[in-house]
Design a protein around this ligand. Structure first.
Ligand code: NAD
Length: 487
């Protein structure tokens, strides 16, 4: 790897993407803010992925055989190393993904919080005893690691999406092979390097990055030695990969796309709702699966709310994460991941305007290349292309509703079911609406819902399985029961 701009900024060892196999070719990593390639990493093939799976299978008996406390010690060291390196890991992440440095450092801390959480959970993998149907019998229930796990992760949170899968698998006693998104392999390699430095063997957690996504994906979803596959990414790709897993009957977890409604009732604390919306909509330039995708506002306050939202949006500082001299800049919105994403959104916005929607604020559709100025769109219909698409960008469509029942109907009118938000001062309304929302996570007067203690995951076309919390280990363990007779 040759990441010149980062030399001297990032610990050199973390930039070393080689592991236990030798890879002939390499591929480039681009900085989305400049469009320049700045690093080259080994381009793994499907054969390399098979080697990694075989190595993970060979390592499984040793890692799963350790006492839970021994595994936890390694994981705690890993969390400490992540926190020690939060500044250079943040720079690395920001360079390959484009988000502001403060947000990137926040992602490292968020990742470390999952590593700490599962280091603790590793020691609490309890079983059960069950009253037996005969006095001469006993029934014990145990939890055992499922075996080798494979994971594929997206580019939008390249450290966190991988860390929370990897650490849950490792805490349960599994070994794993991970394929990060081609756009953002550096954070995955750095995470791997720190795991090895913390005491994990390289085979227990391997990273296979490559341009041959489909071929690598076939190995990770179809290899006989793999017990479980966990995916975070788009619904389209998730469906395909889940189907590939069917032939070998693998366990599957899918964290897929979202289309979160952000409902603001007329009785809400408007200032708090705006604070929550700015967080839920514009973090990572709107490239977040739990991102507010549709802002549903009571018609009685819609005009005032839209104006106040537009004023806040036009004040956002947009720009590259680093200044020309290489120091971190105090920006709030970076570029989108690539030009293709921004062009797609610009075209979607043009079609929405032609369809009767209204851009609020003069600078609404601006930006070249991967840059798109954040904007608010009023007079949007819930059944329009704009409202039904997962936007994945800094675009806030505002949709009006007349009453609570209509708000709930509109909110649920999407194929997705990941996150939803609602703002109201009426506790009864909050609970009624939250119970009616067909989403795996609901923020009530809260725009920042994700943390290691809570179960993260979706319903409907947003997938199944939960990450984080006490439920997060369930996907990585078998429930086995022992029936003991002759007592
Ligand atoms: P994507 O589905 O295009 O890619 C995700 C991963 O799958 C990448 O590593 C990619 O290389 C790989 N991939 C793509 N095609 C493949 C194939 N045929 N075989 C094997 N691997 C393949 O998604 P993306 O654009 O990287 O990420 C954005 C999407 O991820 C959004 O839909 C977002 O909502 C979703 N996401 C969901 C969550 C969640 O927790 N639910 C979290 C973050 C992102």
């Amino acid at each position: 790897m040759n990441p010149k701009p980062l030399q001297g900024v990032v610990d050199n060892d973390l930039l070393d993407a080689t592991w236990f196999y030798e890879v002939a070719d390499s591929f480039a990593v681009m900085n989305p803010a400049t469009g320049e390639d700045f690093a080259w990493v080994p381009d793994a093939s499907a054969a390399d992925a098979s080697v990694a799976v075989a190595a993970a299978a060979a390592e499984f008996p040793r890692w799963s055989g350790l006492a839970a406390r021994e595994r936890a010690k390694v994981l705690f060291r890993w969390a400490d190393l992540l926190l020690e390196h939060r500044a250079d890991l943040g720079a690395l992440l920001s360079y390959e993904q484009g988000k502001p440095v403060a947000e990137a450092i926040g992602e490292i801390e968020y990742s470390a919080s999952y590593v700490q959480w599962f280091a603790e959970e590793a020691t609490r993998l309890y079983g059960d005893t069950i009253p037996a149907p005969a006095s001469s019998k006993r029934i014990f229930v145990t939890k055992q690691a499922v075996g080798v796990v494979t994971v594929i992760t997206p580019w939008n949170f390249p450290m966190a999406m991988l860390a929370r899968k990897a650490v849950a698998a490792l805490a349960a006693g599994c070994t794993l092979v991970a394929k990060p998104a081609q756009e953002t392999p550096l954070s995955a390699f750095a995470l791997h390097r720190l795991a090895v430095r913390a005491g994990l063997s390289a085979a227990a957690f391997a990273v296979v990055a490559g341009t041959a996504s489909a071929a690598i994906g076939e190995v990770l979803t179809q290899h006989q030695a793999v017990a479980k596959f966990s995916f975070t990414g788009s619904t389209r790709v998730g469906r395909l990969l889940a189907a590939q897993c069917a032939s070998t009957v693998k366990r599957v977890s899918l964290e897929l796309g979202g289309n979160a409604p952000f409902i603001v009732f007329a009785d809400a604390d408007i200032e708090a709702a705006l604070d929550g919306l700015m967080l839920a909509k514009f973090r990572n330039a709107g490239q977040t699966c739990v991102c507010a995708n549709r802002v549903l506002v009571d018609a009685a306050i819609a005009d005032e709310f839209t104006e106040r939202l537009a004023a806040r949006v036009s004040a956002l500082r947009v720009g590259p994460a680093f200044t020309d001299d290489g120091s971190a800049d105090d920006v709030q919105i970076g570029p989108l991941i690539h030009e293709r994403a921004a062009t797609g959104l610009r075209e979607l916005l043009s079609r929405a305007v032609a369809d009767g929607a209204r851009l609020v604020g003069a600078e609404a559709v601006q930006g070249d290349g991967a840059w798109l100025h954040p904007c608010v769109v009023a007079d949007v219909r819930n059944d329009s292309e704009l409202a039904q698409s997962e936007l994945f960008g800094p675009v806030a469509p505002v949709i009006r509703f007349r009453n609570e029942a209509e708000a709930l109907t509109l909110a649920n009118a999407t194929e997705y079911g990941l996150a939803a938000y609602l703002y109201s001062r009426d506790i009864g309304r909050c609970l009624r609406v939250a119970e009616g929302l067909q989403f795996g996570m609901v923020g009530i007067n809260d725009g920042a819902i994700s943390n290691a203690a809570a179960p993260f995951g979706g319903m409907k076309q947003s997938g199944y399985g939960r990450e984080g919390s006490k439920y997060g280990l369930d996907d990585y363990v078998e429930t086995k029961y022992l029936s003991i007779g002759g007592i």
